[in-house]
Design a protein around this ligand. Structure first.
Ligand code: PEP
Ligand code: MG
Length: 822
C-alpha cells in the first residue's frame, strides 16, 4: 500500500489555471522520485481526453496508460490550492491528487477519496488545513469503508478455494454476470470473500458489493453435493477472465480537433461516444417515482411484486432482442446483466422480508434497491461503482411497474436535439432514436458506463460526467457537442459552427462515398473480382439487401421462417416467402439454406429430447433427414420457387459424405416429382471433418460456403455462445484460417467455388484475408456491404494474397489482428 508522507504533500499552493495546477502536482511527483519529467505532459494529455474532476473540490490528474514507462515507482502527490482553481466552468478544485500508477497500489487512496467525496465538511477542512498530518489522516489510504450490509451466513462443511482475478479484470457487471451464471449451474451454496467482506456468490448485487478489483484474490467456499464441481468451474471461469472485455477507458480520439481551440464557452466532460453533433439543447427530465409506505396485505403485495419482476423480465428480454438486432449481441448483453439482477435471490429475499413486515411491495422494493445502489456506488473500483447505474435502472424498471406509472416517453421532443440530463439510464439510452437525438450530455456517469457503451453502438455522440453546470444551460440554445474530445461548446460563433459543419461533412463524405459506390462491383485494383452478397433471414430483407449494394443473397437462414410461431410454416407459406425474395432480387442469385435448427435454435412445436451437447447433436441436416415432414415441404417450396429466379440449395452442418448423399437423394426425388430443372447444390463447410475431406466433398456438390461462426467453435472447441469464452472464439485465429485455406484447395481440385458466410466475411480485415486465400464470394450482414466493397476496391488481389500468407503464418488470433492492413 502507498504511504502518504509529507514529502508527497504541498500545502498553500496557488495556480492560475488547471494546467499550472497539474504541473504543480507533477513536480511533487518528480521531486519524490516517482516520475520522469515527461510524465507531466502525459498528465496534461490525459486531461484533454477526460476530465479528472471527481467532485467536492477534488481532481485526480494522471497520465496516459501508454506512458507508464515514465513512472519510476507508483505514487501520489497531494497539492492543496486553498483559493481554488477553475478546473472546468463551474468546477472549482482545491485539492489536486496527482497519480502515477504502475499498478493498483494507489487504489486504497482512491478508496479513501471516495469517502471524502461524500463528506463536504472533511473536504473543506482538508482544502485549507496548514497541517500535512491532516491530509495524511484524511487520505492516508486506510481502505474503503467497512461493509455495512449484513454478511450472508456461514456454510455447513464448506470446501475452500482461492482464485485470483486477472489483472485489469475486476468483478464488475459482465464478469460478475458470468460468475453468477456459472455458480447457478450448480446446486451448492457459495460464498465469496474479499477484503473482509463476504458475498453470496450466486447473487449479482451481492458480488458487486465486494468491490473486487483486477488481481484481487477471492476466497470461495462452497457447500453442497457438487461443491467440488462448482469450485472447479469457477476457477476455470475466473482464470479465463470471466468474459470480461477490455472496455476502453476513453473511446477513439479524433485525429484533429473539430472545433477551434479558441472557442468561447466550452464545458468539458468525459468523451463517451465519438462524433460531432450540432443542435439545440433540450433538458431531459426522467420521471421521478414517488412511493409511499402504505401498509399492505403480505399475500397481495407479494403477488404484485412477483408479477412486476416477471413483467420486468419480459421487458428486458424485449429490450435485449431489439438491441441485439440494432447493434449486436455484445452490446445488448448489458441487458442480460440487468436480467441477472432480477434473478438475484438476495435482492428478492430482502424485498420479501419487508413485504412480510406488512409494507407495500413498491416501498419494499424501493428500500432494497436504494440500499444496494448506495453500497455498490461506494466500491473503489470505478468499473464496479459504475454498475450502480445499472442496478438503479433495473430497480426503476420494476418500481415503475409496481407504482403503476407510465414511463414518460413524452420527455423526448419531436425535433432533433442534443439532450442534457442529470443521468440517463441504459434503458433510456437504448430507446433514443439517433434521427431525433443528435447527441447527449450527462452530469454524471463514466466512459465505461453502459449508457456510454450503448451510445457508441447507436452512433450517438455523447459526453458524460460533465458536472452540474450543464443543468444551468438555457433550453433551446444552439451547441456543438464534440463527443470525441468530450467538449460541449455553447452558443458558438458563426466561424465555429462553420468549422464544425465542415468536419461533419468530412466524416459523412467517407460514408457517403462508400454508399455511393455500393452498386459498383468489388473489383480489386488488379481486376480480380469478389462477389459481395448478403445474409438475410426474412423476405423483406431481400429488397433491403439489393438497395444496400448486395449482388445477391449468399445465405438465407430459413430457420427464421420457422421460429417465433406455434406451428411450422406450410409449403405454400414458404413458397410465398422464397418467391417474394426472387422477385426482389430480380435475377440476382439466392442461396437458400435448408432448415438449420437444433444447437442454439429451438422451435416450440418441435419438442426435441434434451441433449447434453446440442451443438454436437441432432442439428441442421441431421434433424431434417430424421424429420421428412419438415424437410420435404421445404424442399418442395424451394424447387417451386426455383423457377421464379436463380435459386441454389445449401445444406447446413454437413459432416459426412453419407449425410450429403442422403440429402441430395431426397432433393432429387422432390425435384423429379415436381418436374422442374435441377439447381446447384452446395454445402455449408462448418465442421472440421468436411474441411479435411474437402476434395472428396467437392466432387459431390457444386459449391462450398464456409460458416466461420460454427467452424470456429468446432475447430477451437469453444462454444460460440459461451460468455466466458467470447473473446477467444475468434474467426481470424490462424487455425481457422488454415482450415479455410485447406477448404479452398480442396474445392479448386474439383473446379468448384468457395464462399464464406460467417461473421469474418463482413469484417474488412477478414474480407481481405479471405480474398487473398482464394474465396470468391463473401456473404455478410447488410450494413457491412458498402464498406467491405469499398475496402476491397482499394487494394490489389496480389497484396491481399501476400497479406493472407502473413496471416496464415501467425501463431495467434491477436497476431493476425495486429498485422497492419495493406
Ligand atoms: C456460420 O456458422 O458461420 C453460419 C453462417 O451459420 P449460422 O451462424 O446460422 O450457424
Ligand atoms: Mg452455422
Amino acid at each position: 500500500m502507498i504511504q502518504l508522507t509529507s514529502q508527497n504533500i504541498q500545502l498553500q499552493a496557488q495556480a492560475k489555471n488547471k494546467e499550472e495546477a497539474i504541473r504543480a502536482a507533477g513536480r511533487v511527483l518528480i521531486n519524490a522520485g516517482n516520475i520522469a519529467p515527461g510524465y507531466i505532459e502525459s498528465m496534461l494529455g490525459r486531461e484533454e481526453q477526460a476530465n479528472t474532476y471527481l467532485g467536492n473540490g477534488i481532481a485526480i490528474p494522471h497520465g496516459m496508460g501508454k506512458d507508464r514507462e515514465l513512472i519510476h515507482k507508483t505514487g501520489v502527490s497531494v497539492v492543496q490550492f486553498p483559493d481554488g482553481v477553475e478546473w472546468n466552468p463551474g468546477q472549482i478544485v482545491r485539492i489536486v491528487v496527482g497519480i502515477a500508477a504502475k499498478s493498483d497500489e494507489h487504489l486504497s487512496i482512491l478508496a479513501a477519496l471516495t469517502e471524502v467525496l461524500d463528506d463536504t465538511a472533511t473536504a473543506d477542512r482538508l482544502a485549507c488545513t496548514n497541517d500535512p498530518a491532516d491530509i495524511i489522516r484524511g487520505l492516508g489510504g486506510n481502505g474503503a469503508k467497512p461493509a455495512t450490509a449484513e454478511t450472508p451466513g456461514d456454510l455447513p462443511n464448506p470446501q475452500y478455494l482461492e482464485v485470483q482475478l486477472r489483472p485489469g479484470a475486476g468483478l464488475h457487471a459482465r464478469p460478475a454476470t458470468n460468475f453468477v451464471h456459472i455458480a447457478n449451474e450448480f446446486q451448492s451454496e457459495l460464498r465469496v470473500s474479499f477484503g473482509g467482506k463476504t458475498a453470496n456468490g450466486k447473487a449479482m448485487a451481492s458480488l458487486l458489493k465486494l468491490g473486487a478489483q483486477g488481481g484481487a484474490t477471492l476466497h470461495l467456499s462452497a457447500s453442497g453435493p457438487d461443491a467440488d464441481a462448482v469450485l472447479a468451474a469457477l476457477k476455470e471461469g475466473v482464470e479465463s477472465g470471466l468474459g470480461d472485455e477490455d472496455e476502453k477507458e476513453t473511446p477513439v480520439i479524433a485525429e484533429r480537433a473539430s472545433v477551434p481551440e479558441s472557442s468561447g464557452r466550452a464545458i468539458g466532460g468525459v468523451a463517451a461516444s465519438p462524433g460531432l453533433a450540432i443542435g439545440r439543447l433540450h433538458h431531459f427530465r426522467a420521471d421521478h417515482i414517488v412511493v409511499k409506505d402504505t401498509p399492505g396485505d403480505p399475500d397481495v403485495e407479494w403477488g404484485k411484486f412477483r408479477d412486476a419482476i416477471e413483467s420486468a423480465k419480459g421487458q428486458l428480454e424485449d429490450v435485449y432482442d431489439s438491441m441485439k438486432a440494432r447493434v449486436g449481441k455484445n452490446e445488448a448483453s448489458i441487458f442480460r446483466a440487468h436480467l441477472a439482477f432480477l434473478a438475484d435471490a438476495e435482492l428478492a429475499g430482502e424485498a420479501t422480508a419487508l413485504i412480510e413486515a406488512r409494507h407495500s411491495a413498491a416501498w419494499s422494493w424501493q428500500q432494497t434497491i436504494e440500499r444496494r445502489v448506495a453500497e455498490v456506488r461506494q466500491a473503489s473500483d470505478h468499473h464496479i461503482a459504475a454498475r450502480a447505474a445499472d442496478l438503479h435502472d433495473v430497480g426503476q424498471r420494476v418500481l415503475r411497474l409496481l407504482a403503476e406509472t407510465e414511463h414518460s416517453e413524452a420527455a423526448l421532443p419531436d425535433q432533433p436535439c442534443i439532450l442534457i440530463a442529470a443521468d440517463l439510464t441504459p434503458s433510456d439510452t437504448a430507446k433514443l432514436d439517433p434521427q431525433r437525438i443528435l447527441g447527449f450530455v450527462t452530469v454524471a456517469g463514466g466512459p465505461t458506463s453502459h449508457t456510454a457503451i450503448i451510445a457508441r453502438s447507436l452512433d450517438i455522440p455523447a459526453i458524460v460526467g460533465a458536472g452540474a453546470a450543464v443543468l444551468e444551460l438555457t433550453e433551446g440554445i444552439t451547441c456543438i457537442l464534440d463527443g470525441t474530445s468530450g467538449s460541449l461548446y455553447t452558443e458558438p460563433s458563426a466561424a465555429e459552427l462553420e468549422s464544425a459543419r465542415a468536419f461533419q461533412v468530412d466524416m459523412q463524405r467517407q460514408r457517403d462515398e462508400e454508399n455511393f459506390a455500393r452498386y459498383q462491383p468489388a473489383l480489386m485494383t488488379d481486376g480480380h473480382r469478389i462477389e459481395v452478397v448478403a445474409n438475410i433471414g426474412k423476405a423483406a430483407e431481400a429488397a433491403t439487401a439489393v438497395d444496400a449494394g448486395a449482388e445477391g443473397v449468399g445465405l438465407l437462414r430459413t430457420e427464421f421462417l420457422f421460429l417465433e410461431r406455434n406451428t411450422p410454416p406450410t409449403e405454400d407459406d414458404q413458397f410465398e416467402a422464397y418467391s417474394e425474395m426472387t422477385r426482389a432480387l430480380n435475377g440476382l442469385p439466392l442461396i437458400i439454406r435448408t432448415l438449420d435448427i437444433g444447437g442454439d435454435k429451438v422451435v416450440p412445436y418441435l419438442p426435441q429430447p434434451k441433449e447434453d451437447n446440442p451443438f454436437l447433436g441432432v442439428r441442421g441436416i441431421r434433424l431434417c433427414l430424421r424429420k421428412p415432414e419438415l424437410f420435404l415441404p421445404q424442399l418442395r417450396a424451394i424447387f417451386r420457387a426455383s423457377v421464379t429466379g436463380p435459386v441454389k440449395i445449401m445444406f447446413p452442418m454437413i459432416a459426412t459424405l453419407e449425410d450429403l448423399r442422403a440429402a441430395k437423394e431426397v432433393a432429387e426425388q422432390v425435384r423429379a416429382e415436381l418436374g422442374v430443372p435441377p439447381v446447384e447444390i452446395g454445402i455449408m463447410v462448418e465442421v472440421p471433418s468436411t474441411v479435411v475431406m474437402a476434395a472428396e466433398f467437392a466432387q459431390e456438390c457444386d459449391f462450398f460456403s464456409i460458416g466461420t461462426n460454427d467452424l470456429t467453435q468446432y475447430v477451437l472447441a469453444m462454444d460460440r455462445m459461451h460468455a466466458a469464452l467470447a473473446k477467444q472464439v475468434d474467426g481470424l485465429h490462424p487455425a481457422v484460417l488454415r482450415m479455410i485455406e485447406q477448404t479452398v484447395r480442396g474445392a479448386e481440385s474439383a473446379g468448384k467455388w468457395v464462399g464464406v458466410c460467417g461473421g469474418v466475411a463482413g469484417d474488412p480485415r477478414g474480407a481481405v484475408i479471405l480474398a487473398g486465400l482464394g474465396v470468391t464470394e463473401l456473404s455478410m450482414s447488410i450494413p457491412s456491404i458498402a464498406a467491405v466493397k469499398a475496402h476491397l476496391r482499394g487494394i490489389s488481389h496480389a497484396k491481399a494474397k501476400a497479406f493472407a500468407k502473413q496471416a496464415l503464418a501467425c501463431k495467434t488470433a491477436n497476431e493476425v489482428r495486429a498485422l497492419p492492413l495493406p
